[in-house]
Design a binder for this molecule. Sequence first.
Ligand code: IVH
Length: 675
Amino acid sequence: MTDIQQLAARAAQLRHELNEARHQYFIEDAPRLSDAQYDRFYHELRAIEAAHPELQSPDSPTLHVGIEPSSQFQKVAHLAPMYSLDNAFDADDLRKWEERNARIASEVRTSGYVVELKIDGAAVSLLYRDGVLVRAATRGNGVIGEDITANIRTLREVPLRLRGEGLPHQLEIRGEVYMSFSGFRELNERRAAAGEATFANPRNAAAGGLRQLDPRATADRQLRFFAYQIQLDPATHDRLPVQTQEDNLTILQSWSLPVNPQRTSAADLASVLEFADRIDRARADLDYPIDGIVVKVGPLRLWEELGVVGGRDPRWSIAYKFAPDLVTTRLLDIRVNVGRTGSLNPYAVLEPIEIGGAMVKQATLHNFEDIERKGLLIKDMVLVKRAGEVIPQVVSPLTDQRTGREYAFQIPEHCPSCGSPVEKPADEVMIYCPNPSCPDRIYWGLVHFVSQDAMDIRGLGERTARQLLDQGLLEDYADLFHLTQADLLRMEGFGELSANNLLTRIGEAKTRPLSRLLYALGIRHVGSHAAQILARHYGSLETLVQASADDYATVHGIGSTTAAALAAFVQVPGNQQLLDRLRAAGLNSIEPVEQAEQQPLKGKTFVITGTHASPRKELTSLIERHGGRITGSVTRSTDYVLLGEDPGSKAEKARELGIAMIDEQHLRQLLDGSS
Ligand code: IVH
């Protein structure tokens, strides 16, 4: 084949692929090609046709603005064509766009831009006559669309009558109908539960929702709307008091149309790029899908000057596309790992796929109920979402792509690590391995014990943790502190220097405050914040382990669940031994109150009397740790009497001498700022 024959064949193939994709997308509402892939094919075809106009053919999708309307809806002509936008994929594309425009109107370099979000939904045009919504249409082929008035009327955000005076006789409001992510998830869950095909993305669900024959089915999808453009009737000389796109958006808002608040006026392309970057990073926090930003030349007089390219893309605006954050791939398997608390955590093994520049091979599945609710089967094609720093998530299966070879995941009845029968607490969605000596639990427990917020033993990473356990060097955490240089030298990758370094680090960890030790133990519900509260309250491990669940629950900031979990932990004889062994290994077991300014009770004398919520021993320790002194009887030099129930004669004495009487709550307030 000659080069040109090859190109002709490639162009034909691309036309076929693109036309197929458009049919699936617009007619079947069930696309098989990703947006990115579509864009790549489309641009490749455009490039071939640009270089070889003789290869253009009448069925080329590059000649269409949209697809021909389907027959079920009335065809209606727009007041003026609904154009589409050319795409920019990087800063360079944007610069070239500005340069081309500057050749037509040099002011574009300095006239400023309005930047909006590119909502990933379906474009619609709403015709208002004398302020009343009389017709709504899809874009269709850009000139003729489909009449979807009855469906649009079900959207709460679309006003049936515009507010404001002096409206032109007729005008079209253009904007995007979209579906929120929360609405989309809910819709797919409902459809999966009813055995119906799920949607690939919110855009398809929104576009499909607009083309329902029964408006009630549209209403059911909870579609939303953002307006971004005003089209006056070109047959008139109507004018609006607007000079810029920002004015357009403001006037739309004043007419009570919803306008996306996330927009900016940018002086130059550098500011446009800054905005783009900020939005791309914040994308995960938006509850609606966007696929980029739309950059528009600010002053409307330049729009006329710049005009439209090839009857298709206006020069005054360009779409700057982001890498997609929602992709399709295959769910190869569902596997389970066992966390340090014994929780069985399912995760998805995916056919590796690139999302936003990162290769994704695994995604979280949260818990077993989640798998069931989403209706996932192993070998399903699935939608995966990754945005920003968020862990990739499986959103939903694409049930219309099933082949019959998919199969359900079996919830394990035994721990995949140690084989113990699993347990499921009645009030939890998680399933647990109850065996405290489960190898995976111990491994992840150790990884947690040495982690930065816990004992902070740097240089003891996951690999070393695994080796220490495999070598049988650790029975429990306390053994860490008895490791010798000889022990470490037996392990792969350790030399004298690295062994000594690690031993030094381990030695340093002995001095960590009680709060870190408490957190490191990995007691359920005792996170680092709760650990700090507890450590400060009790001061020492000894006092802490002697207290009861009821006691823990009285500590300000500690709930009954945490209290019960902590009490359960200290009651287990094995745990008591562990704590003893840790102390014997020389670990610090108190929470130091460090600086003088953290001793708000310094120099103050207290007398404790009556019955208090906390044991007297604990109150004593609390006061002393904060610099206070306890005496037995009330004298003139007593600063405070800590008054409980049934106080007796000491209270009378205090009253006589005019000494401040406080309760426990008051005492804790005095400590605020230090505890
Ligand atoms: S302006 C003349 N602004 O993107 C250009 N379009 O690829 C009219 N879109 O057909 C479009 N958000 O469906 C514009 N803020 C926005 C948009 C937006 C989403 C869609 C719209 C358009 C497509 C172009």
